[in-house]
Design a protein around this ligand. Sequence first.
Ligand SMILES: C[S@@+](CC[C@H](N)C(=O)[O-])C[C@H]1O[C@@H](n2cnc3c(N)ncnc32)[C@H](O)[C@@H]1O
Length: 266
Amino acid sequence: MALGEKRTLIKSRKRVRDHGEVFTPEWLVRDMCDLVAGACLRVGSRFLEPACGDGNFLAEILRRKLAAARQIAGGRGDSLVFRREAFRALTSLYGVDILPDNVFACRARLLALWGRHLGPRLRNRADAARCHTAARCVLARNIVLGDTLHPAGTETHAPIVFTEWQWAPLRLDARGRPAPDACAVIATDFTLAELLDPPTDTLAFAESARNTRAAQRYWEIGLDFFADALALGVPVAFPPAPDAPTPPPRTVELRGPREIQPLLAL
Ligand SMILES: C[S@@+](CC[C@H](N)C(=O)[O-])C[C@H]1O[C@@H](n2cnc3c(N)ncnc32)[C@H](O)[C@@H]1O
């Protein structure tokens, strides 16, 4: 949405009656985000909006995180550091809504905002397309359709599953800082139900997390690999039932260090 454009706060009386859908005005969103201003400026700090609508809060937080990402990159929006941090910002935001059009609108809004910051800095069209595919995959996993009041699922809504994205540097640059083009992203799936009510036994929790979907996946970012890996088919639909047969993994060679190298199972 263009700056200064007015957003309608109500779409229909029916939606207000059925789903309590009244959007928060921009000034209030900003004021509320100011209350947690520090967290909004930490690129990796995770936010979950349990009734995200079309993303009023998530968009404001993403805007702040992207500004922080630019600072980390020394003000250089064209650097690999900025690209990594911009991806980290995107992976840190989660949302649920019970209405599909809101979920799609929220994903589209975050993608557009993210693309406006990153787009001009991408090398060429192919690069931009790969990054957008990756961003869409992240958003499809982080902004989901569901009933937050029943995170384990209902007859009409599947259990809510989120991907936790962990970022680990694979090597340091000459100055001892994480090299921006060699970073592993470890994706683990959790159901919201188990996050809200974790088993007291840590081992059981780890097991249940692993069983949520395929085990952890690794891939390298920078050098476009992150985008490529996601584009190659990390599933964006709801996960199969735990007892469903596991399809044979597709494999891709990684260019990273040996310990995570051999295969990338998607
Ligand atoms: C008051 S609006 C707020 C939207 C947005 N957070 C904002 O501040 O602009 C409430 C939102 O919650 C969604 N919602 C209602 N019941 C829900 C449920 N059980 N689980 C998830 N979302 C729900 C509605 O579709 C609506 O988008």
